[in-house]
Design a protein around this ligand. Structure first.
Ligand code: ADP
Ligand code: MG
Length: 778
C-alpha cells in the first residue's frame, strides 16, 4: 500500500515518468517543525547547530533527522542574511540535490537559492562543491548574492570567470563552494594538465557538481569540446600547395557543393586530377591523410566560406565573424587548419596553424565529479538522456503558486511573410494595450530584422544584440516594464528574473491589469524543451501572462526536417491544409529534430570515449612520472651505459630531475601529435564512410592503432634525447637544451548551438569560437 500524502504536500509532487521526490516530504515536514527553535538561536547558535550535524549526501537515501535539521538551519540562515525564507518547495528541491538528482523547477521558483542551500549542505557534510553557472555574469551574481548566507554557516565561497587571474583561481578552488561556468573549470583542467610542478596547478577538486540550467549544460553543450591550443613551429607551406591545387579545380566537374548541407565534395574526376598532379598517389591512403585533409579544408575555404560574411580581412589578417551572436570572434587563429586555408585563399602569408594541445568535452569533464546534481526549468523532458549519459535521475518539484499563464495555440501559416505580418500585428496590439512583450527569435540576425519591421510599424523595441551577458541581463530584467517590447534570442539573458512592472515593480498593477508578460516565439526551436524555456519567462511565480508561438512552413525547423510526403502535402493543399494537420506536421518535424540531436550526441560520444580513455591513461602515466620513478626506470633500461655515466658524474637526484622533465616534454609532445592525427582521421572519416566502412568503427580501429606503442615511443624519444646530453647538461633548463614548449597558449570552446540560422551552419560543422584567451604557459 502506498503511504498517504498529507494534503498540504499534495501539490509538491512531481510528474510521473521521472522519479518522485515524495520520499523527502517527511524531511521537509520535520524541518518545518524545527523552524521556531532555529529562529530563537543567534547567529553563533545557528553556526554551531550546522557544525554539529552529521549529514550524509550524494546517496538516494537521506538521513531524515540530520537533513531536516540542516534544512531548518539553512532556511533560517538564508532568511536572516539574504532576506529569503525558503518555501517548502525549495527545501524539497534542496533534498533532491543533496541526494544527487536533477530537479525541474519552473522559471522564477528560486533555483539560485535552492542551489545555494544544497551547496552549503554538501559543504557542511565536508564536501567540496562547484556550482556550475551558465556564464561569468551569473557565477559572480549568484556567488555575491548568496555570500552572506554561506558566511553565516562558515562555508567559504568563491567564484571564477574568464578574467580571473591564476592566483585568484587557486584561491577560489580552495573554497568549499566555487561558482564558475563549466568552460572555465574545463580550461583550468586543461592548463593544469600541462604543468610540471604541483605549485603551478590551480587544482580544481572534482567532488560535487551542482549544475544550474542542467539540461543546457549536460545535454545541449555536452559534446562541446573545450580546447587548449598552442602555437607550433610547423611550417605551413603545404596549405599554399593545397590551395593552388584546389583553385585549379572546375566547379561541378571536379567538385560539387551542397549549399543546404554546407558540404563540398570532390568528384571522382576531381580526385583523379589531384592524384595525377600529386604524382599518382592514392589520396585515400592513410599516409596521405594530412594532404587530403588540407585539400578538403582548401575546398571548404574556396566554396563555403565567404569573405565579409563569414570573415573579414583587416590589416592582412583574417578575423572570423560569428554570425549567430553577431560578434567578431576574438580568436587569432583557427587551429584546425581552416584558418590557414583561408589565409592561403586570400594569398596572405600563411601563419603556422595552432595545434590543439589538449581537449575535453563538457560531458567528459562533468563525469569526473563524484556526485552530480542540477536544476533547471526543463529537466524531465531529458530524463532518459540524463540517465544514459550521466546516470543522473531527474524529477520535478511543483510550483509554489499555481501557474496562471495562458499558452495560446500555435499559429501556423504557410509563408514566412504571412507569419511576420501576424507577429507584427500581435506585438503592436499588445504593446498599445500596455502589455509588455518579450519576443524570442532564433538568431541575432532575425532579431535585428524583426526590430526594423516593428520600428517601421511604430513600435519601439529593445534588442538584445549579444554585446555582453551583464548588459543583456539588465535589458531582460526590464522586459516586464509597462508597454516594453524586447527582442531576444532564446539564450540571451538567461537566469535573469523578469518582474512585472520593471525591476522595482513600480508599474506592477498596471502591467497586471494589462495581462502580465506576453512571450511571443517567432518559430519553434529544435526541441520542445527550448520552447518551454522561452515560454517559462511569462507567468513567473503565479503571475498572469500569455505565450504564443508563430510558425511558418518556411521555417528551418520544418524545412530541414519535414519528410517528402509532408512537403508534398503542404504544396498540394496550401491554405486548405487543416489546422490539426499543420499542428501534427510541426510536432513531427520537431520530434525528428530532437531525435537527430540525441543520435548525434550518442555518435559524438562514441568518438569522444576513445579519446577520453586514451587521455586518462596518458594523464595517469604523467602522474607516475611526476610523483614516481617511472621515467628513470624506462630511460635507464634503454640507455644503461650512458645513464650510469651521467649518474656517476652528477648525483642520481639531478639526473632524475632532468629525466623527468624530458620525459614529460616528450609525453606531452606525443599527445599533441596523437590528437592531431585523431583530428585528421575524424576530418577525413566521413569520406571514408562513402567507401562503405562504418565511420565510428573505423575511427576506433585507427585510434587504437595510432595509440599502440604510445609510451614506448615517448621513452624512446626521451632516451634518444638524453643519450645526446653530457653531464654538464644535467640540471639545465629544457629551453636551453633546445626543447621548447609552446610559447603561448589559448583556450576556446567550440559551440554547436541549436539556435543558429542556416547561414552559419557550415561554421558549426567546422567549429565556431566564442571565447578565447591568451595566456603564457612559461
Ligand atoms: P530561477 O532561477 O528559479 O528562475 P531565481 O533564483 O532567479 O529563479 O529567483 C527568482 C526570484 O525569486 C528572485 O527575484 C528571488 O529573489 C525570488 N525568490 C527566490 N526564492 C524566494 C523566496 N523563498 N521567497 C521570496 N522570493 C524568492
Ligand atoms: Mg536561474
Amino acid at each position: 500500500m502506498r503511504p498517504s500524502v498529507p494534503g498540504w504536500a499534495a501539490h509538491l509532487l512531481g510528474l510521473p515518468g521521472a522519479v518522485s521526490f515524495r520520499r523527502y516530504l517527511p524531511i521537509v515536514r520535520d524541518a518545518n517543525a524545527l523552524e521556531d527553535r532555529m529562529r530563537a538561536l543567534d547567529d553563533d547558535g545557528l553556526r554551531s547547530e550546522a557544525a554539529a550535524l552529521y549529514l550524509r549526501t550524494g546517496e538516494k537515501r537521506l538521513h531524515r533527522e540530520a537533513t531536516a535539521r540542516y534544512l531548518a538551519v539553512a532556511r533560517e540562515a538564508a532568511d536572516r542574511t539574504v532576506g529569503l525564507r525558503a518555501f517548502d518547495e525549495q527545501l524539497l528541491g534542496c533534498c533532491a540535490l543533496l541526494s544527487g538528482h536533477a530537479v525541474e523547477m519552473d522559471t522564477g521558483e528560486g533555483k539560485t537559492l535552492v542551489g545555494a542551500l544544497a551547496a552549503a549542505g554538501f559543504a557542511v557534510a565536508g564536501r567540496r562543491v562547484h556550482v556550475i553557472s551558465v556564464n561569468d555574469y551569473l557565477a559572480e551574481r549568484d556567488a555575491a548574492w548568496m555570500a552572506p548566507f554561506f558566511d553565516l554557516l562558515d562555508v567559504s565561497v568563491g567564484w571564477i570567470g574568464q578574467h580571473t587571474s591564476h592566483e585568484d583561481r587557486r584561491t577560489a578552488y580552495e573554497c568549499d563552494v566555487v561558482y564558475a561556468p563549466v568552460s572555465e573549470i574545463g580550461f583550468d583542467v586543461l592548463r593544469d594538465r600541462f604543468t610540471v610542478t604541483e605549485q603551478e596547478r590551480v587544482a580544481p577538486v572534482f567532488d560535487v557538481a551542482v549544475v544550474d540550467e542542467v539540461d543546457a549544460v549536460m545535454i545541449d553543450e555536452a559534446m562541446v569540446p573545450l580546447v587548449l591550443a598552442g602555437s607550433s613551429d610547423h611550417e605551413a607551406d603545404e596549405f599554399d600547395q593545397a590551395t593552388a591545387l584546389v583553385e585549379a579545380l572546375i566547379p561541378n566537374e571536379d567538385f560539387t557543393v551542397d549549399g543546404d548541407l554546407a558540404t563540398a565534395s570532390l568528384t571522382d574526376d576531381g580526385l583523379d586530377r589531384l592524384e595525377a598532379k600529386l604524382g599518382r598517389i592514392n589520396l585515400y591512403d592513410t599516409e596521405h591523410l594530412a594532404m587530403f585533409t588540407r585539400i578538403n579544408l582548401a575546398l571548404h575555404a574556396r566554396t563555403l566560406v565567404q569573405r565579409d560574411v563569414d570573415y573579414l580581412v583587416t590589416d592582412g589578417k583574417i578575423t572570423l565573424i560569428n554570425t549567430t551572436r553577431g560578434r567578431v570572434a576574438h580568436l587569432q587563429r583557427w587551429p584546425d587548419g581552416l584558418h590557414a586555408a583561408l589565409e592561403a585563399k586570400e594569398h596572405l602569408p600563411v601563419s603556422a596553424p595552432g595545434v590543439i594541445l589538449d581537449q575535453i568535452t563538457v560531458q567528459d569533464l562533468l563525469l569526473q565529479y563524484e556526485t552530480r546534481a542540477g536544476m533547471s526549468g526543463t529537466v524531465t523532458a531529458v530524463a532518459e538522456e540524463l540517465i544514459e549519459f550521466y546516470k543522473l535521475p531527474a524529477g520535478r518539484v511543483e510550483r509554489h503558486e499555481p501557474n496562471q499563464r495562458v499558452d495560446v495555440a500555435d499559429s501556423i501559416v504557410l509563408t514566412e511573410e504571412a507569419k511576420l505580418t501576424a507577429i507584427i500585428t500581435e506585438v503592436a496590439t499588445r504593446h498599445r494595450a500596455g502589455q509588455p512583450v518579450l519576443v524570442g527569435t532564433q538568431s541575432v540576425a532575425e532579431s535585428e530584422a524583426l526590430a526594423a519591421r516593428l520600428d517601421a510599424a511604430g513600435v519601439p523595441v529593445r534588442v538584445l544584440n549579444a554585446k555582453n551577458d551583464a548588459q543583456e541581463a539588465e535589458i531582460v530584467a526590464r522586459a516586464g516594464e509597462y508597454g516594453a517590447v524586447t527582442i531576444s534570442t532564446q539564450m540571451s539573458g538567461r537566469g535573469t528574473d523578469i518582474r512585472l512592472g520593471g525591476v522595482s515593480e513600480l508599474d506592477h498593477d498596471r502591467v497586471l491589469a494589462a495581462g502580465g508578460l506576453a512571450v511571443i516565439a517567432t518559430s519553434r526551436y529544435l526541441s520542445r524543451r527550448l520552447d518551454a524555456q522561452l515560454r517559462g519567462r511569462a507567468g513567473r511565480q503565479g503571475d498572469p501572462g500569455i505565450s504564443r508561438t508563430f510558425l511558418s512552413f518556411e521555417d528551418d525547423v520544418i524545412q530541414l526536417h519535414a519528410t517528402d510526403r509532408m512537403l508534398t502535402r503542404i504544396d498540394r493543399e496550401q491554405d486548405a491544409l487543416p489546422g490539426v494537420t499543420r499542428q501534427t506536421i510541426a510536432d513531427q518535424c520537431q520530434a525528428i529534430a530532437e531525435s537527430l540531436r540525441t543520435d548525434r550526441h550518442r555518435a559524438t560520444w562514441v568518438y569522444n570515449r576513445a579519446i577520453a580513455a586514451q587521455r586518462a591513461s596518458v594523464l595517469a602515466h604523467r602522474g607516475e612520472i611526476i610523483h614516481g620513478s617511472a621515467s628513470d626506470e624506462r630511460v635507464k633500461d634503454l640507455i644503461p651505459k650512458h645513464w650510469r655515466r651521467l649518474v656517476d658524474a652528477r648525483d642520481l637526484a639531478r639526473v632524475s630531475e632532468t629525466t623527468r622533465a624530458v620525459a614529460l616534454f616528450f609525453l606531452d609532445e606525443q599527445w599533441v601529435s596523437h590528437l592531431t592525427v585523431l583530428q585528421e582521421i575524424r576530418d577525413g572519416i566521413h569520406l571514408r564512410a562513402l567507401g562503405g566502412e562504418k565511420p565510428a568503427d573505423e575511427f576506433h580501429r585507427l585510434a587504437l592503432r595510432e595509440f599502440h606503442g604510445f609510451f614506448d615511443r615517448t621513452y624512446q624519444a626521451a632516451a634518444d634525447f638524453i643519450a645526446g646530453l653530457s653531464a654538464d647538461d644535467i640540471g639545465r633548463d629544457l629551453t636551453e637544451l633546445g626543447l621548447r614548449r609552446p610559447s603561448a597558449t589559448w583556450t576556446y570552446m567550440v559551440t554547436d548551438d541549436p539556435y543558429g540560422n542556416p547561414g552559419d551552419r557550415f561554421i558549426r560543422g567546422v567549429g565556431k569560437f566564442v571565447r578565447s584567451k591568451i595566456l603564457n604557459l612559461e
